[in-house]
Design a protein around this ligand. Structure first.
Ligand SMILES: [Zn+2]
Length: 133
């Protein structure tokens, strides 16, 4: 995999789609780096595993009732860059962003074991320089 220079990285979280009536589970991240089961411990079988960037913020996936609550609870311990993808999921008491991303920005003690990592900076020859008149 080619790393984009100077980009925030960490173990990626993936979305696990099952049948129509199945809850949507999560895998990957710090919780399940091997992606052999869902974060809540279910077999993945022949379910579809989707890049979270493609599905989590999209319409039709914002109601909290379609998501596995256990997986979303575990997601709370994942990297901020991954949690941000799920911010629009709506709970009675607020969005996932309100509940789990905003407090993270305060860098509470319990999040300190997952520091944010950046890939290396680009070479000077690759700098994107704003052209001015
Ligand atoms: Zn689950």
């Amino acid at each position: 995999m080619t790393l984009t220079r100077n980009e925030l990285t960490g173990p990626r979280v993936f979305v696990v789609l099952g049948g129509k009536k199945e809850k949507i589970h999560l895998t990957g991240g710090h919780a399940k780096p091997e992606k052999d089961t869902s974060m809540c411990g279910r077999e993945l079988g022949n379910r579809i595993i989707v890049d979270a960037r493609d599905i989590a913020p999209r319409e039709g996936y914002q109601g909290s009732s379609v998501w596995c609550k256990q997986c979303l609870g575990i997601l709370e311990n994942e990297g901020l860059d991954q949690k941000v993808l799920f911010t629009s999921i709506q709970f009675k008491s607020g969005t996932f962003g309100d509940l789990c991303v905003i407090p993270h920005l305060g860098r509470q003690k319990k999040f300190n074991k997952y520091p944010l990592h950046l890939t290396p900076v680009p070479e000077e020859s690759e700098w994107r320089i704003l052209e001015c008149d």
